[in-house]
Design a protein around this ligand. Structure first.
Ligand SMILES: NC(=O)c1ccc[n+]([C@@H]2O[C@H](COP(=O)([O-])OP(=O)(O)OC[C@H]3O[C@@H](n4cnc5c(N)ncnc54)[C@H](OP(=O)(O)O)[C@@H]3O)[C@@H](O)[C@H]2O)c1
Length: 297
């Protein structure tokens, strides 16, 4: 068995990474925060030494975008120092690292889709701490893949889809931001992309396969567009749905600023790995179906 060690295994993406069937005889070993706190360098090193994986995946992150503005030290500890700890341990054991990052490293001022080498300019603590995590990895570990994703939704954990379903059941009308553009991405699709990246890296570790890549769902939309798709499906399934009102970012002030445009271009990943962007409306059908099933959590 070839082991893939997944840190942050209890998160939205982490759970999918552990639950999925991996290609090429690979098998995931998941560690949640109690199993290995990524801010604890000794714990990270111990875990890698004990499990002897062929590759490490970092799905651990501090992802509370607004709360990060109130407790920046926690966000920096997990997103920068945690990434640095993993990179250092991987370097010491000569292991490749696949690390997840975010569209929020960008400020949203670009008119078109962001390429991997566009200048970063995060607007808040979360984005800045994730960007610092990327930089910490690049500084010590050439054998890395940083996979930037966005607007993650899925069956596990908290996400926009679950929030919409909850608010939709409680309220007659919802105002949803219609002037931020981005790419909803299913957690399970991210896990599948990570598995394909890991398998290809271990099979043929070419230089073109290393570095920073974008992986997001298609087509781009707005939060209002995403909510509309969610409630169309909810209505078709017989649920009570609210009236949706398109509002501006200025009408919905939040502690953290968010990019107006965080659409990511996925051509680089397609060229290096033949991985195409996932179709988020299809993924949304899957997730809503799973959430409606009695055993979902
Ligand atoms: N969610 C999004 O919309 C989004 C968008 C763009 C990019 N991303 C990126 O995608 C990746 C996966 O995100 P996700 O949505 O799966 O996040 P998530 O559901 O919040 O999961 C993150 C996991 O990391 C764990 N964690 C936090 N601090 C830790 C620590 N010190 N040591 C070990 N584990 C720790 C959390 O455990 P606890 O529950 O115990 O805190 C949680 O299980 C992250 O890199 C994130 O930045 C996410």
């Amino acid at each position: 068995m070839t082991a893939i060690l997944v840190f942050g295994a209890a998160g939205q993406v982490g759970r999918e990474l552990v639950d999925q069937v991996w290609p090429d005889g690979l098998q995931a070993i998941g560690l949640d925060r109690a199993g290995a706190d990524v801010t604890d360098r000794a714990a990270v090193t111990r875990a890698i030494a004990a499990q002897r994986p062929a590759l490490v995946v970092n799905a651990a992150a501090y992802t509370a975008v607004d709360k990060a503005e109130q407790e920046p030290a926690r966000a920096w500890a997990v997103n920068r120092d945690g990434a640095a700890n993993l990179a250092a341990a991987c370097a010491a054991h000569d292991l490749p690292l696949v690390h997840l990052s975010t569209d929020y490293v960008f400020d949203g001022a670009k008119a078109g889709a962001y390429d991997e080498d566009d200048p970063v300019c995060p607007l808040g603590v979360y984005g800045a701490s994730k960007e610092a995590g990327e930089a910490a990895i690049r500084a010590v570990l050439p054998r890395h893949v940083i996979l930037r994703t966005a607007w993650v939704f899925g069956v596990h954990g908290n996400n926009f889809v679950k929030t919409m379903l909850r608010l939709g059941a409680e309220r007659a009308e919802l105002g949803i931001v219609a002037d931020q553009r981005g790419c909803p991405t299913e957690a399970a699709d991210i896990a599948r992309a990570v598995a394909r990246v890991a398998a290809a890296l271990l099979r043929t570790p070419e230089a073109a396969r290393l570095g920073t890549f974008n992986y997001v769902g298609a087509p781009p939309t707005t939060w209002h567009g995403f909510a509309t798709a969610i409630f169309e499906r909810a209505a078709a399934a017989g649920r009570k749905v609210p009236a949706l009102r398109a509002i501006a970012t200025a009408d919905y002030p939040t502690p953290a600023r968010r990019p107006a445009n965080s659409v990511l271009a996925t051509g680089k990943l397609a060229r290096a790995y033949a991985i195409a962007p996932c179709d988020w409306p299809v993924a949304l059908d899957r997730v809503l179906g799973a959430l409606a099933a009695p055993a979902s959590a």
